[in-house]
Ligand binder design. Structure first.
Ligand code: GLA
Length: 353
């Protein structure tokens, strides 16, 4: 049977009460989500022997998320990834955004969608259990134009899929790029580095970046480079190769352009962890996926069960539009206008091999 439970997860410094929701499916998969940042705190899935492990990095307490979190498990918005120099032109007007990554704007700014309390209500579909989160971002928040009403629905299916449906509407032209920032380790959140995980990406091109991780504008074919994951390859096999792109990212931190994108739900990535047999597939309607190999983790964030999250102990697969699209007119548009509806779906599907 699918189940839904709520408990308190503490109170923010502003005195807002925050909850922790637990969704369980018929196959014992369990996901815990807090309405602070829409963060997935726990995700337990079986291995090839039926043993459950928690495969996402996270913290035990709200206070740890409030103190310092590298976007662990969070919803990222209003704009996932970077906007160069924290500014863009829209309909001839220049907008200046909060800069929180050198001179650039990253993941929605100083207080992005990962650091706000979302409204929450249970969602129930066809024998499935879910949580619907809503956040209204004020006109001018972090420098963005337009009052944006965003909804994110997490659904846990009995096919061991975690479905994430995003939607948004605005009252003035703005830009939107919502994503999800779980760090996965399919051997378990405390199992060490992810370099042995085998990754396949449905991408023949990526968007190379400059030293500040802003796309240069090029869509580069990745054949013959360490970026080539068209056939399943261990994450660690080329990560230390001499390669300018890997140097800029300190490893993988790049936007992969999905092949044959047409807005329909398609497979973007598949990850296999040989030790446990766990497999995660990512399906999305988005045109791209950011593959980040946890390069900024350095053991200073101590997670659940006192696990220090060391260098590359989790990886992110963030479905998205391309970074810096508001400044790169030949990239797929991220503009949302009044009367339009932003809609996006991503599925993380778990199985064994
Ligand atoms: C994204 C960015 C990275 C980094 C992480 C969080 O993946 O591209 O550079 O900011 O989020 O630390």
């Amino acid at each position: 049977m699918s189940a839904y439970q709520v408990e308190s997860f503490g109170t923010t410094p502003e005195g807002v009460e925050v909850e922790l929701y637990t969704l369980t499916n018929a196959g014992e998969v369990e996901v815990r989500i807090t309405n602070y940042g829409g963060i997935i705190t726990h995700l337990r899935v079986p291995d090839r022997d039926g043993e459950l492990a928690d495969v996402v990095l996270g913290y035990d307490s709200l206070s740890a998320y409030l103190e310092d979190s590298p976007y662990l498990g969070a919803i990222v918005g209003r704009y996932g990834n970077r906007i160069g120099a924290g500014r863009f032109l829209l309909d001839g007007v220049e907008y200046k955004l909060a800069t929180n990554n050198g001179d650039n704007h990253l993941h929605g700014g100083l207080k992005g969608f990962d650091k706000v309390v979302w409204g929450a209500e249970p969602y129930s579909g066809d024998g499935e259990t879910g949580l619907r989160l809503t956040y209204v971002s004020a006109d001018g928040e972090e420098g963005y134009p337009g009052r944006l009403t965003a909804t994110v629905t997490y659904i846990l299916t009995n096919e061991n899929e975690l479905v994430i449906e995003y939607s948004a509407e605005t009252d003035k032209p703005t830009v939107v790029n919502l994503t999800h920032h779980s760090y996965f380790n399919l051997a378990g959140h405390d199992a060490g580095d992810i370099l042995g995980h085998e990754l396949a990406l449905a991408a023949s091109r990526f968007t190379p970046v400059d030293a500040g991780l802003i796309p240069t504008g090029e869509l580069r074919h990745l054949a013959g480079s360490p970026m080539d994951f068209r056939t399943s390859t261990p994450i660690g096999s080329r990560i230390e190769d001499p390669d300018e792109q890997l140097e800029f990212g300190g490893g993988y931190d790049h936007n992969f352009v999905l092949d044959d994108h047409d807005g329909s739900l398609r497979i973007a990535a598949r990850v296999y962890e040989p030790g446990s047999g766990r497999v995660m597939e990512v399906y999305t309607t988005e045109p791209a996926i950011q593959f980040y190999s946890g390069n900024f983790l350095d053991g200073s964030n101590v997670g659940k069960d006192d696990a220090p999250y060391e260098h590359r102990s989790g990886f992110c697969l963030e479905t998205q539009h391309f970074p810096d699209s508001p400044n790169q007119p030949h990239f797929p548009s991220t503009v949302l206008r009044p009367g339009e509806r932003y809609e996006s779906t991503t599925i993380y599907k778990f199985s064994i091999q």
